[in-house]
Ligand binder design. Structure first.
Ligand code: ZN
Ligand code: ZN
Ligand code: FE
Length: 764
């Protein structure tokens, strides 16, 4: 029988698994990796072969994801014995490389065993765990095509590697202190860099951190900047040097018990924290959490992860407390991952460098998720641990690339019924991120052997991702461009990842997206499917005073909404903003709202949150996108069930429905005048918007005979809004979908573009 296994089956111990079971079942033949997956030729009694196939399907190795097992009869050859044959290269590669995986329990036990030869060895791994995607330079996945190629295994490691019954059989990154990578601590002093020499670099690092040092630490996908989390002085110094004013820092806790002291951990969150993907989990801050105030100013949540690389395990065990572990970059630049680059860019930030000599081939940031009560966790950033796992497509795609949008940029390749969403690149606004974007795309095109015939892009003409798509098309006239409206991409992404092809109502609430009418969309009720859409409703359009400036200065949106809510040319400056905004500036912006000079019209839901956040005095200015809304949510009292009224006009017939928040704005002002608590007002706003959204959805769905609603867009990173909206939709018996595998924010746009382009090409 010739058996073909496809899915994530390379670099996960699949061949030794087959070997062990074939021996046990008395089968002869061979197993090998090729570019399509794993091929097995098995000869022996029919029931033994059937049992092998059952085990392949039902009990594969822990890191494998078996998508299909196809078997065909062959003439027996009388071959005796079973062997693992060499990888075959050439032809087409569509086998996904597996994602990086946290250290497994067997390796952890060895790491902590003083008698083991890998005791405290920071690069211990086996076929069940270790780096994968970040060290792969090409396919098939074998040691010469990884960044371990330069390390020659010692006799003991080689014996493990060659022994099919060993846990390290063909574990490509296999290594030990004799033959593998080593860690070093490099200090940055007055006279430049100095080396730790032969001593235990990790132990020394723990001591330095305890004294308040800031260290750049090379991990799996790049560098982190670390410091003691409980020391205000150290954390404040890191903030100042990194030029990151307020965005929360992620934490790494030594173990689950310490994580529980930081955040409230539900069963779902525990599963996320301890899973092999090891994302940063955003959860509700515990009372008296032992962290410095500067870790996450103004946030009711904390982002926590557990150690995932053996180096982290040893370091955190030595250190014995929680560390700040933030991506090592300066402001919005991509994470540092090469040693030279890190030294150059981080010298002014770090007091020392804990480095090692295993190169990172693909820079990959930590992933970020957030659990939601009674719902799927929300993926906020899909990167290390998840990438490059494929995401299914409900329709066949020609070779295709989606270039994404601008913020939280990712790209996505597709072919057949699979899509490979790339790692998080960052905000595509400068040369460094654009380079990272180009390199990532080139690497993925080689890994998955996709030569795009179609390139899908956002409609925004100025996005660097759009320009990149145009450049590719200019360089190669065979390439066809497909422009995809931003919010349609959000809708299609949500439907497709759930395998849906039905027409649905997409409630897409986000910050900014280019509308075909050249206005700024962002509060959209779209009726559509994978191919097309129609704008069935929207948030009431208002001015975005000063364009992009309004994104950084939420108080401008407060001026805009107050002007329309009270139909006043010059609304009074709210008491909550008086200490923060000059009266002259307020008057000037209210004037701009009236004339519309340099101020496009927007339906953005994100900007409505900004306006309310500013009105309540929570945030008049922001230092990162989404900050005002995040802090407004953090403030809202979850036990408050009151809700502000929104009205809805139109819908039915020709005119789109307009969701009008003016009555809610007036009610907020009245509550402020009454000295109502801001946390109560914040909650009533969330509750009101959720209820109004569900009512609008019910009306549109009834008129158009739809029963499915997709919620997406960056505003739906808001846990309270998600929970309330799902409740309200459930109450009117509408089925609701939310992005789960991919983020609701613009990190999911590239996949959505791929879906739309595939659907249109399937139709034409
Ligand atoms: Zn392991
Ligand atoms: Zn060795
Ligand atoms: Fe968006």
């Amino acid at each position: 029988m010739r058996i073909r296994v496809s899915g994530t089956v390379q670099g996960v111990g699949f061949r030794p698994f087959v070997y062990r079971h074939a021996l046990e079942l008395g089968l002869s033949g061979h197993v090998l990796n090729d570019e399509r997956g794993v091929e097995i030729v098995a000869e022996g009694p029919a029931d033994a072969i059937a049992e092998l196939i059952r085990r392949l399907e039902e009990e594969p190795p822990s890191l494998a994801r078996v998508e299909s097992v196809l078997a065909a009869n062959e003439a027996p050859t009388g071959e005796s014995g079973f062997r693992i044959a060499h990888s075959v290269s050439g032809g087409e590669a569509d086998t996904p490389v597996s994602a990086d995986s946290a250290t497994c329990d067997a390796c952890l036990a060895e790491l902590r065993d003083p008698l083991d030869r890998r005791y405290r060895y920071p690069f211990i791994n086996c076929t069940d765990c270790g780096p994968r995607f970040t060290i792969v330079t090409g396919v098939p996945y074998d040691r010469p095509l990884t960044t371990m190629a330069g390390f020659q295994m010692c006799a003991e490691c080689q014996a493990e590697y060659d022994d099919p019954l060993n846990r390290r059989f063909h574990a490509q990154p296999n290594a030990c202190p004799v033959c593998g990578p080593h860690a070093r601590l490099i200090g940055v002093g007055e006279g430049g860099f100095s080396e730790s020499g032969e001593s235990d670099a990790v132990a020394l690092s723990a001591v330095a951190l305890a004294r308040g040092a800031i260290l750049a630490i090379k991990g799996i996908g790049g560098y982190h900047l670390a410091c003691i989390a409980s020391d205000e002085d150290a954390v404040a110094r890191l903030r100042a040097r990194k030029r990151r004013e307020e965005k929360p820092f992620a934490l790494m806790a030594p173990d689950l018990e310490s994580a529980r002291a930081l955040v409230e951990v539900t069963a779902e969150e525990e599963a996320l924290l301890t899973g092999r993907e090891r994302p940063i989990v955003i959860a509700r801050r515990a009372e008296e959490a032992p962290v410095a105030a500067s870790v996450a100013p103004g946030s009711r949540d904390l982002g926590v992860m557990l150690p995932y690389a053996p180096l982290h395990h040893v370091l955190l065990a030595d250190f014995g407390a929680t560390l700040v572990m933030t991506s090592a970059n300066v402001s919005d630049e991509p994470i540092s991952y090469t040693d030279d680059d890190a030294r150059e860019r981080l010298e002014a930030i770090a007091d020392g460098f804990l480095v090692h000599d295993r190169p990172v081939h693909m820079r990959t940031d930590d992933s970020v998720v957030r659990a939601v009560t009674d719902g799927q966790p929300i993926m906020l950033r899909r990167s290390r641990g998840y990438v490059p796992q494929s995401v299914g497509l409900p329709i066949e795609a020609p070779p295709l690339l989606g270039c994404g949008a601008e913020l939280k940029s990712t790209f996505c390749l597709a072919k057949g019924k699979r899509a490979w969403a790339g790692h998080h690149i960052g905000d595509l606004k400068n040369w460094e991120t654009l380079e990272s974007f180009r390199e990532g795309i080139a690497h993925f095109e080689r890994l998955f052997a996709v030569e795009p015939e179609l390139i899908a892009h956002d409609l925004h003409p100025d996005y660097l991702s759009t320009r990149y798509a145009q450049e590719r098309a200019e360089a190669d006239p065979e390439i066809e461009l497909v422009g995809v409206q931003h919010h349609h991409a959000h809708l299609a992404a949500c439907l497709a990842e759930h395998g849906e092809q039905r027409r649905a109502l997409g409630v897409i609430f986000d910050g900014t997206g280019f509308g075909p009418d050249a206005s700024v969309w962002g509060g959209e009720l779209l009726v559509g499917d994978l191919q097309g859409y129609e704008r069935a409703g929207m948030l009431m359009p208002v001015r975005l005073p000063g364009g992009d400036r309004a994104v950084r200065e939420p108080w401008r949106m407060a001026a805009s909404w107050l002007s329309v809510a009270f139909d006043a040319e010059l609304p009074a400056i709210p008491r909550t903003l008086r200490s923060q905004i000059e009266a002259a500036d307020w008057r000037a912006v209210c004037g701009i709202v009236q004339t519309g000079a340099g101020s496009p019209v927007t339906t953005s839901a994100g900007r409505l949150f900004d306006a309310v956040s500013a009105l309540l005095g929570v945030r008049a200015h922001v230092s990162y996108e989404g900050q005002a809304a995040a802090e407004l949510e953090g403030l809202a009292d979850p036990s408050e069930r009151g809700a502000y009224e929104f009205s809805a006009e139109g819908g039915g017939g020709e005119a789109p429905l307009v969701l009008d928040p003016r009555s809610a704005i007036r009610a907020i002002v009245a509550d402020l005048d009454r000295d109502e608590l801001t946390r109560t007002i914040a909650a009533r706003f969330h509750n009101g918007l959720a209820a109004a959204t569900a009512a609008a959805a019910e009306q549109i769905c009834r008129e158009r005979r739809l029963d499915l609603v997709a919620l997406s867009g960056g505003v739906f990173q808001n846990r309270l809004l998600v929970e309330r909206t799902l409740e309200a939709l459930d109450a009117v018996s509408l089925e609701a979908l939310m992005p789960a595998a991919l983020p609701p924010n613009d990190g999911g746009i590239a996949y959505g573009q791929v879906v739309v382009a595939a659907a249109r090409s399937a139709k034409s």
